[in-house]
Every structure is written in structure tokens, then in C-alpha cells.
Design a protein around this ligand. Structure first.
Ligand code: G6P
Ligand code: MG
Length: 222
């Protein structure tokens, strides 16, 4: 039996992955760079500055901007993102997530957050979910972002649970890689194309079912 679940935030617990995309898209438009949803897959799970660098790389003359200018652009994106966050409320928790969290609690397992976002605490608060989490890892607690496993290793260490007794839930290709690299069981939420490397996968959050996840975990860990 697993002992802990570590949830990614954006795109798993709530649809802020879409807000991040819209905010980046707005910024990219302003600087004459075209991005689409397919390109956005590469940004999912990736930190703010690193995401900006990936976008700027699409227009080589912008890659050499000064650190100051880059920080201004990142701040602008965050401003757009926070505008979108304003109305975020418990009704925006994705289907199936609250029942899953409650079931995990009921079975006496631990829950942590493993997010690359500096806005993670605020998002959890607005969703009124903070109390369900035994530990929160956000951008402030790690130095190496996903796909590096540090986010998930840090969460498991704080919970005091061995890595192979943890289940990580992710919507980002980089996030699934991070969970796998941490030696944990990975649950992917998203398309087969993007998340073929997950140990177990569903298309959307309403298909997340506690018993099915535990069953899938049991099949690979024995
Ligand atoms: C998460 C999201 C990314 C986002 C990153 C940083 O990993 O999946 O899309 O870029 O967090 O978020 P922040 O709120 O700190 O800009
Ligand atoms: Mg995500």
C-alpha cells in the first residue's frame, strides 16, 4: 500500500494551466511571438523564467535581452496571470479531485503539494484546500525545477515517506518525468501522446479513482 500522494497543482487540482497559457500567450503576442497550445505542452510544469526563455528562443533577436528586461517581461506575465486568478474559487476545483483527496485522508494517507509555482499557496487558499495538505512544496522550496525530481523528493522527505511509497499526480510531461525520476509511481492526467511515460494515465481528472490508482500501483510495485 502507498503511504502518500503528491499532487501537482496547475492543471491537476484546478485549471490554472489554462490561465498560465493565456497569460503567456498575451505576453508573447505583445512581443511579436506566436505560441500555440502544442508549444504550451513544453511550458507546463516549467518555472516562470525558464518558460520565458523557451518563448524568447522562438525569436532569436530577443534571446539576448538584458536580465532586467527579461524580469520585466516575466513580471508582466505574472500580472496577467494574477488578473485571471482573481475570481478563482472552490467551484473551480476540477471534477473528481475533492472526492479523491477526501478518500486519501479517510484511508489515513498523507497528501503533499508539488508545484513549481510561486503562486501555489495563494491558489490553494482561494480553492479553500490548504488544510488538506500535510506539506506544500512550491517554487520557493526547490532549486531544480521539473523534470528534475527535487520537487517530489522534497515533499516525500518532509512527509517522512520512502519514495517508492509515494504516488505523484501530474498533467505535465516534465512533471511525469520528475515523478518517475524520483522513483515514485506516476499518475498522468492528459493525452496518451503527451504522457505515455506515466505508470498510469487518465484523460481527465473526473476519471481519477482512488481504488483504480491503488490497483495500478499494486501491479507495478509487486
Ligand atoms: C507551474 C505551471 C507552469 C508555471 C510555473 C511557475 O509549474 O505548470 O505553467 O510557469 O508553475 O508558476 P508561477 O506562478 O511561479 O509563475
Ligand atoms: Mg501542472
Amino acid at each position: 500500500q502507498p503511504k502518500a500522494f503528491i499532487f501537482d497543482l496547475d492543471g491537476v487540482i484546478t485549471d490554472t494551466a489554462e490561465y498560465h497559457y493565456q497569460a503567456w500567450k498575451r505576453l508573447a503576442d505583445e512581443i511579436g511571438i506566436y505560441i500555440d497550445r502544442q508549444f504550451n505542452e513544453e511550458l507546463k510544469g516549467i518555472g516562470r523564467m525558464e518558460s520565458l526563455e523557451k518563448i524568447l528562443a522562438l525569436k532569436p533577436e530577443l534571446e539576448k535581452l538584458s536580465v532586467d528586461k527579461k524580469e520585466n517581461l516575466a513580471a508582466k506575465k505574472n500580472k496577467y496571470y494574477k488578473e485571471l486568478l482573481k475570481s478563482l474559487a472552490p467551484a473551480d476545483i476540477l471534477p473528481g479531485i475533492l472526492p479523491l483527496i477526501q478518500e486519501i485522508r479517510l484511508r489515513g494517507m498523507k497528501i503533499a503539494l508539488g508545484s513549481a509555482s510561486k503562486n501555489a499557496q495563494r491558489v490553494l487558499e482561494q480553492l479553500e484546500l490548504t488544510n488538506y495538505f500535510d506539506y506544500i512544496v512550491d517554487a520557493a522550496k526547490v532549486s531544480k525545477g521539473k523534470p528534475h525530481p527535487e520537487t517530489f523528493l522534497t515533499a516525500a522527505d518532509a512527509l517522512g515517506v520512502p519514495y517508492d511509497f509515494c504516488i505523484g499526480i501530474e498533467d505535465a510531461p516534465s512533471g511525469v518525468t520528475a515523478v518517475n525520476e524520483a522513483g515514485m509511481f506516476s499518475v498522468g492526467v492528459g493525452s496518451k501522446e503527451a504522457l505515455s511515460h506515466s505508470d498510469y494515465r487518465v484523460n481527465q481528472t473526473d476519471e481519477l479513482n482512488f481504488d483504480r490508482i491503488i490497483e495500478a500501483y499494486g501491479l507495478v510495485s509487486v
